[in-house]
Every structure is written in C-alpha cells, then in structure tokens.
Design a protein around this ligand. Structure first.
Ligand code: ADP
Ligand code: MG
Length: 284
C-alpha cells in the first residue's frame, strides 16, 4: 500500500503551501462525469476553455471522451492523472496538435477549435511540450528568437522580460541549448514560449526527468511566471507538488474528468489521495 504523505508531502521543508493557492472558487466534480453544471457555471467568461472535447490520434479511436477545462485570467491550473489518462492529449487538443472530433476550445469568447499552432501563438496561447522542446543545435538566444519569429521586432523587449525571469539564460545566451542540463533546457523551453507574450501558457510536465531540487526550482518558476500575469495550465506527473501550487486542479482518468477542485482541496481529498496521489505523489 502506498503512503501518500511520505514524499513530496505538503509539509515538506522548503516547499511551503502558498496560502493564496486555491483562492478561486472551488468547483468540485465527483466521479459523476455527466454533471457538467459546475463547469458550465464557472467557465463562463474564462480566458480559455475546453468543452466536451472528444479527440484522438486515429479515426474512430477516441482518447478524450468529453473533457471540460477552463482557466481564468491569472489562474494557475493543474492537470494530474495516471499515465495514459489523456493529459498531454488534452493540451495538444487545445493547441491544435490533435484533431478535435467534437466539442470546442474557446479563447476569450472566440472559438479556436482546430486552429493551427502558429495562429494560436499569435492569439496569445503558448505551449511547451514535454520533450524535444528546444532546438539543441541553436544557442539559447537563437532558441528565444525562434519563439518570436512571428514578431521579431519585439525580440529585445521580450528577451529582457524572459531574462528577468531566468537570469541564467541571459548570462549564457551564446551557449548551445544542447549542452545545457535538463533544468536549464526547461528554462529555455519556457522562455521560448514566453517570447510571444502569451496570455496563457500550456506546460506539459515541466518537472519530468529533473532531480527533486530542480523540480522545486521549476515549480517556483512556474509560480513566478504566473505571478507575472501569465495564466498557466500545467500537466504534471508530480501530482502533489502540482496541487500545492495551483489554484485549481483537474484529475483526468481514461480521457474523462474525474475530479476537479481547488488544488489544496484535491491534495487532501481522501479519494483523490487513494486513487491518484499514492504513487503519483512520489518524487522519482
Ligand atoms: P498522458 O499524458 O495522460 O500520460 P497521453 O495523452 O499522452 O496520456 O496519452 C493518452 C493515450 O493516447 C494513450 O493511450 C497513448 O498511448 C495514446 N497516444 C498518445 N500519443 C499518441 C500518438 N501520437 N498516436 C497514437 N496514440 C497516442
Ligand atoms: Mg503526458
């Protein structure tokens, strides 16, 4: 049997629960996924929302079976759930990288379902995939230039913003991304996505593959990005820490919403702990 509080626990020194986390209204949905009323009531006016998204990679094989999600201006939203639950697929569906069979994705009231990634970037949606998220043969600076190739006149101004968040990137701007550590690459990847001044950033497992200390660093930086005014939707395998820092969290299971509530509430919900945090909460 797992011992969820053992590792990555809420009382872990050096990783305090932010008292402001979870300040948004709680929207709890139990295992009854047919009840969308809480989502519909709360998602009205959201910055970005996904409604009843059905999506998959192969015609006739749905991975997402009607997912709902919303993020409000300024919110930090986490998505957790078992491997294969469809977390990455949901981010990709919102970023036009997976065909949405039915349902919708709406950004500030405008339907963006099926729009291509480059259009979404222009509209203020940023995406950092889990892997292969930097150009290894390019320098840090060139990677960041790629991030704003659609608006290259803004490079200097945006570089300053990104360097403010990640000073190490500015110091080493001429270094090839391929020679960086995993944690540094993650900074480059996030920095690249921030170059177009996104209003919402979609992050797929930013802490994956990093040491516990570097994971903490990534979580702090995500918080910092969020505090700088960027709304964030973050998928995380490090479920406990994710729930500690996010305003609201979603648990996805088998392509469906299983639970949603304030991050801190999900983290202490006995059912969520039993079903999802036992092993997911472990620091690798
Ligand atoms: P999670 O991120 O929650 O671990 P994913 O969204 O990556 O889950 O995957 C959900 C399901 O979709 C899995 O069954 C996975 O095998 C399948 N899948 C993911 N990517 C692809 C792909 N490119 N082609 C076909 N199936 C895929
Ligand atoms: Mg994934």
């Amino acid at each position: 049997m797992t011992t969820p509080g053992r590792q990555g626990g809420l009382g872990e020194p050096g990783f305090e629960v932010d008292p402001e986390a979870g300040a948004a209204d709680a929207q709890v949905r139990g295992s009854d996924t047919t009840d969308r009323s809480a989502h519909l009531a709360a998602a009205d006016g959201a910055l970005l929302r996904a409604d009843e998204v059905v999506a998959g990679y192969v015609p006739g094989v749905n991975i997402l079976n009607g997912c709902d999600l919303y993020v409000e201006d300024g919110e930090l939203v986490g998505i957790i759930g078992p491997n294969g639950a469809g977390k990455s697929t949901l981010l990709k569906a919102m970023f036009g990288l997976v065909t949405v069979g039915s349902g919708s994705v709406v950004l500030r009231g405008e339907t963006i379902t099926g729009l291509k990634a480059h259009s979404l970037v222009r509209k203020g949606v940023g995406f950092v995939p889990q892997t292969e998220n930097v150009f290894p043969s390019l320098t840090i600076e060139e990677n960041l230039q790629m991030g704003c190739y659609q608006s290259s006149g803004r490079f200097a101004e945006r570089f300053e913003f990104v360097a403010g968040l990640f000073p190490a990137l500015a110091d080493r701007r001429k270094q090839r991304a391929g020679s960086l550590s995993g944690g540094e690459r993650q900074m480059v990847a996030m920095g690249r996505a921030l170059m177009m001044e996104p209003s919402v950033l979609l992050l797929d497992e930013p802490s994956a593959g990093l040491s516990p200390a570097l994971q903490d660093d990534v979580f702090r930086r995500v918080r910092q990005i969020n505090k700088a005014g960027v709304s964030v939707v973050m998928v995380e395998q490090n479920a406990r820490r994710c729930l500690q820092i996010c305003d609201r969290g979603y648990v996805l299971d088998q392509g469906r919403n299983a639970y949603t509530a304030r991050g801190a509430e999900l983290a202490k919900d006995p059912k969520v702990i039993e079903l999802y945090l036992g092993t997911l909460g472990k620091v690798p």
